[in-house]
Design a protein. Structure first.
Length: 394
């Protein structure tokens, strides 16, 4: 992806053509081997990193806000006279990375009128640092004409510029290399996928034996065309193709998880259970606990009373310490039902709304992200219930 993005954008290509060691990684441009002086007036080499505003593979610089700010990997830069370069450092960091590159400082140097493209931005900061190094050794230069070898193993079809722009790539990276299972691609499960597909997990495995029907379209994310409904496609196939436009690691398993195939879950790191109650759910949960695989079980319950709806959304999590404890077993016993729902009872309880499906899914995803250290979790919980009547969490 790096070479392609550079070739398609004149300002980035200009940097490469002038010999700068430019690389595109995630949603950022990195220029390597920038000579500068440290506090001992010794020449060192650092990196400049700028998040990119991207539309697919095309970048577009916007001269507004903090677009002029750039990040630097290296020690504090000095002038040849032994004084720190003044008016350059905006902030220093002890632990921060941008698209996998550790950064130590952010720099702010905005000329009158600002920058018009990424070429101008990089060259100005390179010149500020390099000119002081050249005062000590006139031969040093950032224009080495070396090419950076591509090492793009991203699971995304296009770069996650949201994490880059917000400078939270290092936090998002906590979700990497995970194999996620989503069992049930109804209303809740499809919204779980909608969120998980926007994270850098390595694999997402979808399990559901049902067909994607017209009523599913009204409680799932997106707006499928009528032809999709007429094709009677399996839910997992439809959603794997749809979200495959963004995430490359999605696998469709158009089957229900039963005692015969539940062992397939043993290779997963985390599982979202978004399925109906019943014996199959019991089998799955017992196996997940046996394998010590962390999971979140979801459930919604909507009933009618005097032509108004009463709604509840629940999430229950277990094995979050990657072990199975007595507390987990008690949590399952007290909060997850395995009683099958059939006949008239099923008809009366099968009310679903998109917003409660989505709300339940978001609660589950937030719980997973807390488990991974993405969100701070000062008050851990295993079970959480939201009621529409009073808006309270219990």
């Amino acid at each position: 992806m790096s070479a392609r993005v550079i070739s398609l954008n004149s300002d980035l290509k200009h940097l490469r053509d002038e010999g700068y060691e430019i690389e595109i990684k995630g949603g950022s441009a990195i220029v390597h081997n920038i000579p500068y002086l440290d506090k001992d007036i010794t020449i060192q080499y650092g990196k400049l990193i700028s998040p990119l505003l991207m539309r697919g593979d095309i970048v577009q610089y916007q001269n507004s806000g903090i677009a002029h700010v750039i990040y630097f990997q290296g020690t504090q830069p000095y002038c040849a006279n032994g004084q720190p370069i003044s008016g350059l450092i905006l902030e220093n960091f002890s632990e921060k990375s941008i698209d996998g590159i550790k950064v130590n400082f952010s720099f702010s140097n905005k000329p009158q009128g600002g920058y018009h493209n990424y070429y101008e931005k990089f060259v100005r900061y390179i010149t500020i640092l390099q000119s002081e190094a050249q005062a000590v050794d006139a031969t040093v230069t950032a224009a080495t004409f070396k090419r950076i070898a591509e090492d793009d193993n991203s699971v995304f079809v296009y770069a996650d510029t949201n994490a880059s722009r917000a400078a939270i790539s290092d936090i998002t990276d906590k979700l990497k290399n995970q194999r996620i299972g989503i069992i049930g691609l109804g209303g809740t499960g499809s919204y779980v996928l909608d969120q998980v597909a926007k994270t850098p997990v390595s694999e997402i495995h979808l399990y559901d034996g049902d067909v994607f029907c017209q009523h599913n379209a009204f409680r799932a994310p997106g707006a499928p065309c009528k032809e999709v409904l007429e094709d009677s496609r399996k839910k997992t196939d439809y959603f794997a193709e749809t979200y495959g436009h963004m995430h490359t690691g999605i696998s469709s398993h158009p089957v229900f998880v039963t005692e015969e195939n539940v062992q397939e879950l043993s290779s997963l790191d985390f599982v979202f259970l978004c399925m109906d109650t019943g014996e199959h759910k019991r089998i799955i949960i017992e196996k997940l606990m046996y394998y010590c695989i962390a999971f979140v079980d979801t459930g919604i319950d909507i009933s009618e009373n005097k032509r108004e709806l009463l709604g509840m959304a629940r999430i229950t999590s277990c094995c979050l310490g990657n072990t199975t404890s007595e507390a987990d077993e008690e949590t399952v016993k007290n909060n997850i039902s395995f009683d099958p729902v059939t006949g008239d009872e099923l008809y009366k309880s099968n009310i679903q709304t998109a917003e409660l499906n989505a709300f339940c899914a978001l609660m589950a995803v937030i719980k997973w992200k807390k488990h991974c250290g993405f969100y701070q979790d000062l008050c851990p919980y295993q079970n959480r219930i939201y009621n529409t009547n009073d808006g309270e969490f219990k």
